[in-house]
Design a protein around this ligand. Structure first.
Ligand code: PLP
Length: 301
């Protein structure tokens, strides 16, 4: 799928978008990123993604030398150059990467005076309707989520080996996602999404100090839940909580809310998508539309 890429302010097609092999993002995985999608041509929950990006960057002592307005302009320019964002069937996937930049082979951050800023845009592809209607299987993998005292999962870092290894394990088992435990053996999160279970009508998700990425969709669900009178709260979760749950689902910006109906070969709840996941998804989509519609119309005019 062809991407359009903005590298340090210049637009390229996929074949011509390059960064130096001396970029410390490549050499050491030193960088942070965000993944967003558009609804009505607008990067959804943009301010929240920027807040998280800056927090991640701070944890690496990495400067982000653009304002949110400049980043948004770069997003919209790249979305337009990709010919996307002008109709509901042509929404955009946006990935922003900020790396330490190009410099000598050294861990000294002063070796790299200028961060690299890359925006990758391609057509957003939602998971197939089947995924939402029938739910998915996830694998409870052996790979342990990074210890927060090591590479803290709070950092949305380009250093994704922990996630990649867990997803490889899940893929080998034919699963849609891999669910990781933390170093204490509690459930943490999936490789590219957050976990929720539903028990007695309440949606529960592991607390941030379980060692996980505080997902923007996860955060938004606390608000959606309050509007829908569905309690959404944090709780320490263990394997037994998942296997005894009425429902489970995962959340992410690009996948929204996906029902989990099976973990390895054990069904969760009735083994079909449950009413809480369905209600939250419906509200989430409605809210995404209303929050972006007005600004989307402005863009078209
Ligand atoms: C490890 C991990 N957890 C959770 C998420 C979900 O985050 P968000 O809702 O901000 O997309 C992601 C998204 O890529 C992720 O990589």
């Amino acid at each position: 799928m062809a991407a359009t890429v903005n590298v340090n302010g210049r637009l390229f097609d996929q074949e011509h978008a390059t960064v130096s092999v001396f970029d410390h993002g490549f050499l050491y995985g030193e960088g942070v990123y965000e993944t967003l999608r558009t609804y009505n041509g607008q990067p959804f929950l943009f301010d929240r993604h920027m807040r998280r990006l800056r927090k991640s960057a701070d944890m690496l002592a990495l400067p982000v030398p653009l304002t949110n307005t400049e980043i948004n302009a770069r997003f919209l320019e790249t979305v337009r150059a990709a010919g996307l964002g002008d109709s509901p069937s042509r929404e955009a996937y946006i990935r922003l990467l900020v790396t330490r930049g190009v410099g000598e082979l050294s861990y000294d951050p002063t070796a790299c005076p200028t961060p690299s800023i890359v925006v990758i845009v391609k057509p957003h592809v939602s998971p197939p309707a089947d995924v939402f209607e029938r739910g998915v299987t996830v694998a409870l993998v052996e790979i342990v989520r990074n210890h927060p005292g090591s590479v803290n999962p709070l950092i949305k870092s380009n250093n994704l080996l922990n996630n990649a290894l867990a997803m490889q394990e899940a893929s080998r088992r034919g699963a849609f996602e891999g669910l990781m435990r933390n170093y204490r053996g509690e459930l943490a999160e999936c490789t590219q999404s957050n976990l929720f279970i539903v028990k007695n009508g309440a949606a529960l998700t592991p607390p941030v100090d379980a060692g996980l990425l505080p997902g923007i969709t996860r955060e938004f669900l606390f608000e959606i839940g309050a509007e829908a009178a569905i309690p959404v709260r944090e709780a320490v979760l263990r394997d037994a909580d998942l296997f005894e749950a009425d429902e489970a689902f995962l959340t992410s910006s690009t996948r929204e809310i996906v029902p989990i109906v099976q973990v390895d070969n054990r069904p969760i709840g009735a083994g079909t998508p449950g009413p809480v996941a369905r209600a939250l998804l419906q509200r989430y989509r409605r809210k995404a539309q209303t929050l972006t519609q007005a600004r989307g119309l402005e863009l078209k005019s």
